[in-house]
Design a protein. Structure first.
Length: 293
């Protein structure tokens, strides 16, 4: 009982001597952190509004927030009784350690192959990166869904980042019938791509004969457009190719079934046995399309 009373008496004396100092230090810490958070929030919103694509401005905003937090912590420690010289020495040591870790160990730290704002395909997800944290990445797909993907899963999978190149190649594949004018079809398809202002002139559009399939001649148009125009340009070129081929009288190929009548009274290619009455001399041949990649 005597020991407890002594401890309470010692605590009371400590609060009497340093209570005001402790309360003031705690008030500086709370008010300073709240003020730093408010300044960072307002400043970052203003920067995103005026300079949406300026990443350097956002970096400077985060740096300013870090400096304000450090100043608040130093002020709290000094008010609590720490010597300013010792605090400066401690901050210098911490800064040197952090700089050494960043400079020497950064090449060995795995990093994600994209930044906020990039359009990427990670696994089965295709969308725009909205935020990156230490544990996960927030992606928004083009149908309006938001996914939180663990970073470890992204690092273990194949990632396609569409922002590493400025241009993308558009593929326009069509199939025409064997009785159509092949050279005319190639000229028409090339003209459809050349006349579109979004298609780059270097390298220019090209048309190739991809395959001679069972019931079609497969043509492939290839052209390059800017990355931001890829999806809309591809859809428009497909529509223009269909309408232009129709106006030029070029017919597309489709699966068909040909019937051949054998007047000899036997099945076509048969074994010599007579065909049943009603189906006498009837043979079939089906032409199937082959899928070209």
């Amino acid at each position: 009982m005597g020991n407890e009373m002594s401890r309470l008496q010692l605590l009371g004396e400590t609060m009497t001597q340093h209570g005001t100092q402790m309360a003031l230090a705690l008030a500086i810490l709370i008010i300073g952190l709240l003020a730093a958070r408010w300044i960072h929030s307002r400043l970052s919103q203003e920067i995103r509004k005026r300079y949406p694509k300026n990443k350097l401005a956002l970096l400077m905003c985060n740096l300013l927030y870090t400096i304000i937090v450090v100043i608040v912590i130093m002020g709290t420690a000094v008010e609590f009784g720490a010597k300013p010289v010792n605090m400066l020495r401690l901050l210098t040591i911490i800064a040197l350690i952090v700089s050494g870790v960043v400079i020497f160990l950064r090449p060995f730290i795995p990093t994600l192959p994209f930044k906020v704002g990039n359009t990427v395909k990670a696994g089965n997800l295709l969308g725009k990166v909205e935020a990156i944290t230490f544990l996960n990445t927030r992606m928004r797909t083009f149908d309006g869904k938001t996914f939180f993907v663990p970073n470890r899963q992204i690092l273990d999978d194949i990632v396609i980042n569409y922002h590493f190149t400025q241009t993308r190649r558009v593929k326009i594949d069509v199939s025409i019938r064997y009785d159509q004018d092949l050279l005319k079809a190639k000229r028409v398809l090339e003209a459809v791509m050349t006349e579109d202002p979004r298609v780059n002139t270097k390298p220019g559009p090209m048309v190739y004969v991809l395959n001679l399939a069972g019931s079609s001649v497969d043509l492939g148009g290839r052209c390059w457009v800017d990355n931001k125009d890829y999806w809309v340009a591809r859809c428009d070129l497909l529509e223009k190719a269909k309408l232009r081929f129709d106006s030029e009288g070029i017919q597309f190929a489709f699966p068909q079934l040909d019937l051949h009548i054998n007047h000899d009274g036997y099945r076509a290619g048969g074994s010599g046995c007579p065909a049943p009455e009603g189906l006498k001399g009837l043979g079939t041949r089906q032409a199937a399309d082959e899928e070209t990649i």
